[in-house]
Design a protein around this ligand. Structure first.
Ligand SMILES: Nc1ncnc2c1ncn2[C@@H]1O[C@H](COP(=O)(O)OP(=O)(O)O)[C@@H](O)[C@H]1O
Ligand SMILES: [Mg+2]
Length: 278
């Protein structure tokens, strides 16, 4: 498949998610999976994300950290136009994906969200079976391949298959919270996205489930680009390659995770990571 065919935006001739066989790794046109340029998000008069310039490298995990209310979730939602679902939210600036601004006129936000998937803080499976949770999105997008195979692959990629292979017809609600969250990851993965946005995906989970998801991230990044919001600095240190630190709507600094924690360039970063506030 060529890069042009992979281009999800705006031509509608691109392969439907679930039909594309290759993932992001076969298109190396730009080293960046997502590039925010002068991105501003406002809720009414309140300026929640200010002039954000951020490049997210492909096939890496980027952590977004910062005290509660600094704009992490707002910025994350802007990366797949999820903010539009929030009344009063307004975005300007650009978010480039395959070199195209996802906010350009004519771009279908539903399409954007299939290529750039999201996993939320609280596991939110559909009130359906385990199998249907994974199959549903691909089916409504017209997936013509072998659905059993897609479901199994997606569950394997989410490190859940062994635990649920005999419970595929059971309700997703019968799973533990940690399993439900991995099911939500499988559901996102089944659409063959390029990027997975995760907003504090382990903050509602116990330590064992958290550890499973953290080790899963290392696997997932070989196929996808991951942006994870976390208020847990230890988690950012464990799972991410790059870290972006935000404060009051500003990106204070972004860099190699080790470097940022060991040698922060900005005093505000240093104060935050040393626990002086937040
Ligand atoms: N729907 C909304 N309406 C108005 N203000 C909001 C809304 N969502 C978030 N905010 C405000 O925007 C700021 C950033 O919020 P958020 O992105 O959720 O921060 P974080 O994820 O870093 O905790 C906060 O001051 C918050 O109160
Ligand atoms: Mg948040």
């Amino acid at each position: 498949m060529t890069l042009t065919e992979r281009r999800p935006l705006p031509p509608d001739t691109a392969a439907a998610p679930g039909q594309a066989e290759e993932t992001a790794t076969d298109t190396q046109a730009s080293p960046w999976a997502i590039e925010a340029q002068k991105l501003n998000i406002q809720y009414g008069d309140f300026h929640a994300v200010k002039n954000l310039d951020l490049r997210v490298p492909r096939n890496r995990v980027m952590a977004m950290i910062g005290p509660s209310g600094c704009g992490k979730s707002t910025a994350l939602r802007a990366f797949n136009r999820m903010n539009e679902l929030i009344p009063g939210a307004r975005a300007d600036g650009k978010v480039l994906f395959h070199g195209q601004d996802i906010y350009s006129p004519g771009v279908d936000p539903a399409r954007v969200r299939r290529w750039i998937g999201m996993v939320f803080q609280k596991p939110n499976p559909f009130p359906k079976s385990v199998y249907e949770n994974v199959a549903w999105g691909a089916r409504i997008n017209g997936y013509k391949g072998d659905m059993d195979e897609l479901v199994e692959n997606s569950l394997r990629q989410s490190a859940l298959w062994d635990e649920v292979k005999d419970k595929l017809k059971d309700s997703a609600y019968a799973l533990s919270g940690g399993q439900q969250q991995r099911l939500c990851i499988a559901r996102a993965v089944a659409l063959k996205p390029e990027v997975l946005l995760m907003d504090e995906p382990t903050s509602a989970l116990d330590p064992v489930s958290t550890a499973k998801i953290e080790s899963l991230l290392a696997e997932l990044k070989t196929r996808y680009t991951i942006v994870i919001v976390t208020h847990n600095m230890q988690q950012a240190g464990r799972v991410s390659d790059r870290t972006a630190f935000m404060l009051l709507g500003d990106l204070v600094e972004e860099g190699d995770t080790r470097e940022l924690f060991l040698n922060p360039r900005d005093e505000r970063t240093e104060n935050y990571i040393s626990g002086r506030f937040g």
